[in-house]
Design a protein. Structure first.
Length: 297
C-alpha cells in the first residue's frame, strides 16, 4: 500500500506563462484555470486519492471485462469466444492495477479489500470508502458499456430484455448447476484469486518486480477463468456482479435479474468474501509465517 503522505506541490508552483502578460481575456482564462486546479486538488484531498484510484481502476477492469462479453454475445460468437472473454478480464485487471496499484493497491474488489483489512494490510477506516468506490466504478462502467453497445443490443434481441443479454453484465449459473455448488464455486474461485495475489505480492517469496505484478495478476485472472469459469461465470468479485446486476435492473431487465435461478444474486456477494478471507489466511498460515532467512535454505 502507498503511504498517506500527500504530494507536496502547490498551484503557485506552476510555471508562469505569457498569459499574464497578454490580453485581459487571456489573463482571465489563466486565472480561471488556476482556480479550477485549486478546486480539483481540494476535491482530491477531500474525497481521498485512494478512493478515486479505486473507482478508476474498477472502472477500467469492468469496461474491458464487460465489453469482452458484450462483443462475444452480441456478435453471436463471430467476434470472439470464451478465451477472448478470459483475456478481456485478464487485461482489464492488469490495466486496472497499472492505474492504481501505486496509490490504493488496486483492489478493485470488495472481497479483496475485506481480506486485506482482516489481515491488517489495509486500515479498517478505509474499507467503506474502498467499497463505495468499487461499487460505483462498476456501476458507471456498466452504463458506459450499455451505451456503446446499445444499437447492437437492440439488433440482437429486438427490444426485449432476456437473461441471456443480462448475462453480459452480471453472472448467472448454468441451469444444471445447483446454488450450493455455485456457492462453493465462488468460494474456491476467490480463494485462488486472493491466494495468488498475496503470493505475488510477498516480498519474501519469489516476488516479481513491481511493474510486473499487474501482468502476473492479470494472468492469474485468465487462469481462473480458463479453468473455473464454466459453472457460474467466475464473478469472484462482489462489485463486478452486484453493480452490473443493479444496472440491468434499472435499464429495463426488471426484477428477474435478482430472482433468477432461485435468487442466485446473493451468492457472488457472500461466497466471494468467504473465499477471499480463506485464500489470504491460507497463504499466511502455510507459507508466510514460515519464511526463513536466505542463509537457512
Amino acid at each position: 500500500m502507498s503511504s498517506d503522505h500527500e504530494p507536496e506541490y502547490l498551484v503557485e508552483d506552476v510555471p508562469s506563462t505569457n498569459a499574464s502578460k497578454g490580453s485581459p481575456g487571456r489573463r482571465i482564462c489563466h486565472g480561471s484555470l488556476l482556480k479550477l486546479q485549486r478546486l480539483w486538488i481540494l476535491f482530491i484531498r477531500c474525497v481521498g486519492r485512494h478512493y478515486i484510484a479505486e473507482f478508476l481502476a474498477t472502472f477500467v477492469l469492468m469496461v474491458f471485462g464487460t465489453g469482452s462479453i458484450a462483443q462475444v454475445v452480441l456478435s453471436s460468437g463471430s467476434h470472439g469466444e470464451w478465451l477472448s472473454i478470459n483475456l478481456g478480464w485478464g487485461f482489464g485487471i492488469m490495466f486496472g492495477c497499472y492505474v492504481a496499484m501505486g496509490v490504493s493497491g488496486a483492489h478493485m474488489n470488495p472481497a479483496v479489500t475485506l481480506a486485506m483489512s482482516i489481515m491488517g494490510r489495509l486500515p479498517w477506516k478505509r474499507l467503506p470508502g474502498y467499497w463505495i468506490a468499487q461499487y460505483l466504478g462498476a456501476f458507471v462502467s456498466s452504463a458506459v458499456v450499455f451505451g456503446i453497445y446499445y444499437d447492437a443490443l437492440v439488433h440482437y434481441e429486438g427490444g426485449s430484455r432476456t437473461i441471456t443479454t443480462a448475462g453480459i453484465w452480471a453472472t448467472y449459473p448454468q441451469q444444471h448447476v445447483h446454488n450450493i455448488t455455485g456457492f462453493f464455486d465462488q468460494v474456491f474461485g476467490t480463494f485462488l484469486l486472493v491466494l495468488g495475489i498475496v503470493a505475488i505480492c510477498d516480498a519474501r517469496n519469489t516476488e516479481p518486480k513491481f511493474g510486473i505484478k499487474p501482468l502476473m495478476i492479470g494472468l492469474l485472472m485468465v487462469a481462473i477463468g480458463a479453468t473455473y469459469g464454466y459453472n457460474c461465470g467466475y464473478a469472484i468479485n462482489p462489485a463486478r456482479d452486484f453493480s452490473p446486476r443493479l444496472f440491468t435492473f434499472c435499464a429495463g431487465w426488471g426484477v428477474k435479474v435478482f430472482t433468477h435461478h432461485d435468487y442466485w444474486c446473493w451468492i457472488p456477494i457472500v461466497a466471494t468474501k468467504i473465499g477471499a478471507i480463506l485464500g489470504g489466511f491460507t497463504y499466511i498460515i502455510l507459507i508466510e509465517l514460515h519464511h526463513v532467512p536466505p542463509t537457512q535454505f
